[in-house]
Design a protein around this ligand. Sequence first.
Ligand code: ASP
Length: 298
Amino acid sequence: MSPSLIVHGGAWDIPDEAVEACKAGCRCALEAGWGVLTRGGHALDAIEAAIIVLEDDPVFDAGYGSHLNLDGQVECDAIVMDGATLRAGSVAGLHRVKNPIRLARAVLEKCPHMMLISEGAERFAAQHGITLCDPQELISSAEREAWLRCSKDSHAAKHHRGHEQGTVGAVALDVRGRLFAATSTGGTCCKLPGRVGDSPLIGCGCYADAETGGVSSTGYGEAIMKVVLAKTAADFLRPAASNPDRAAQAAVQLLAKRGKGTGGLILLDKRGNPGFAFSTPRMAYGYVAPDSTFVTAV
Ligand code: ASP
């Protein structure tokens, strides 16, 4: 089976000055994941490698450089899902984990539960060899400044515009047909402490089913949850005559119509054909074309 990989760096009103950095970040993530897949590696290793690159890049809202919550803290969520077993590993409300995707993977592989939050999740991390960091290490100077600007005006919504999103995600299929999807986020700018969006919720921010495909969503979490966006998109892949782009578009249209929100998603169908759609002004994404070239766009 031919491997396949698609990544995203968030659907939002990405400003012109961030376009090249977003494209470069997606390219680096593809390189990391594709290197694993072309060596015959496991889709889970590929997806973890790709997401770590995106989490470590402060242009995206995940891991280091995540948006700050109302208290000026980073609070991260992440999920990874196995299309074969329908098992997910999900974590939310993390303050001290540099790469939340590592912890999501540990939950997937080593935990009897599928979702852990906050202190319990961090305790599980420490027990499974994931070093906890100082919460301050996750704060970038750009996000600190943005937060200070917002706080001068009681965090009025107008300051968050153009600075709201940048969640990351990936879907990978390996040579042995193993399909995984993942999403990682710092959530929305100046969110209430304790707020959890769609991203770490199975079926909302992420879904993978070897019988349909794998999906990672991004956008306004409170709307995405209403239409269970990732599972909805995966279900649109079920008919034999389905088309990946059309399935993605139909899901994003439903998000607008019933969820009254904007966003985007990437997917691979069960054979590894990529698709994507977004209703925001821009989305950062990249995939590997059939001739093995990297396509990145914003
Ligand atoms: N969906 C994320 C959230 O609401 C934000 C994003 O995708 O950028 O937490």
